[in-house]
Ligand binder design. Sequence first.
Ligand code: HPA
Ligand code: ZN
Length: 340
Amino acid sequence: MDDSLASFIAGLPKAELHLHLEGSFEPEQMFAIARRNKADIPFKSVEEVRAAYRFSNLQDFLDIYYRAAEVLRTEEDFHDLTLAYLKRVAADGVRHVEVFFDPQTHTARGIPFATVAGGILKALKEGDGFGITSKLILCFLRHLSEEDGFATFKQAEPWLDHIAGVGLDSSELGHPPSQLTHLFDAARAAGLKLVAHAGEEGPAAYVWEALDILHVDRIDHGNRSLDDPRLVARLAAEQMTLTVCPLSNFKLCVVKDMAQHPLKRMLDLGLRATVNSDDPAYFGGYVNANFAAVAEALALSKAELATLAKNSFLGSFLDEDAKARHAAAVDTYAAQDGQL
Ligand code: HPA
Ligand code: ZN
C-alpha cells in the first residue's frame, strides 16, 4: 500500500468499539499463560495454533475461541490479556476503546465473576495512564438461555458502576435478539447502554429485532442490513452506529473477497459505519490493519478514512464534550494532511 496512506491511517486518532477481549488472546500469550497455570492446550506450538485459524463460518471460529479462553483462570490472566491489547492498540493511534467480555465463558468453568471483571478493570485503569480511555461492555452469549443470562447479570450487580453496557454475541443463526428481550429490558432499567451483534450471519430481520425489540444503541456488524432498503433508510435516518469488522468478515466468510466488502456502500448510503477488529488475534490484524485492508480493497479516500475515524468517536458512549473534542482532533489531523 501507498506509504502516505499507511502513515495517514497510523496517525489517525480513532476509537475501537467492537473488540472481544478474549479474541485478543495471541498464541504466544496463550502458551505463556497456559504454562503459568499448568493448563492443557490442544496445540504443540504457536505455529500449530496459527495454522488452525482457518474458519469457514462463525461457529468454526467460536469453537476454538471458547477452547482457548479456558486457559484464562486468575485475575492476573485477565489483567495481562487486557493490558496487552491496550498496549498494542496504543501503537495504532487508538484513543478510546469500548471492549466486550464474555463472563459466561468463564463463570461456567467456575471462575468467579469478580476474578474476570477485577482483572479487566485493573488493566483498563492502567490504560488511562498511557492515554487510552475505555468503557467495558458485558456480552451475553446468545446460545445460552435467558435464565443463564439473568444469573450472570445478578453476579454483575456489584460491578455495574464500572460497566457501561451489555451486548449480545456468540452463534447468531437460530438465536434471534428477541430471545433475550427481558434481560435487555432489565439492563436498560439499570441504566446500561445496549448493543447487539446482528446481521453478521443472521438476516436483516435480526437487525430489526435488535432495534425494535431490544432497543439497542448500536448494531455490531450489521452487514446484512443492506439486504433491506427500508432498514437502510431507518439506520441512516437515526444515524445508528454500525461496528463493522472487515478482516473478521473476510476470515469468517461473511464476505468472499475484501473487494466485495460492503463498507464503502454503507458510507455511500449515509450509514454511520465504523472500522473495528473484533477478534484481532484470530483474524489477522488490529484496527489499523482493518483500516488498511478496506482502504486498499475499496480504494477509500483519506476523507472517507477520516469519516470512519470520526464515526468511531461519534458512535461511542463518551459524553458529548469528549465526542466533540475527539471529532475535532480528527478534523485537525485531516486538515494538516490537506484533506479538508
Ligand atoms: N460474532 C459473534 N460472537 C463473537 C464474535 C463474533 O464476531 N466474536 C467473538 N464472539
Ligand atoms: Zn464481535
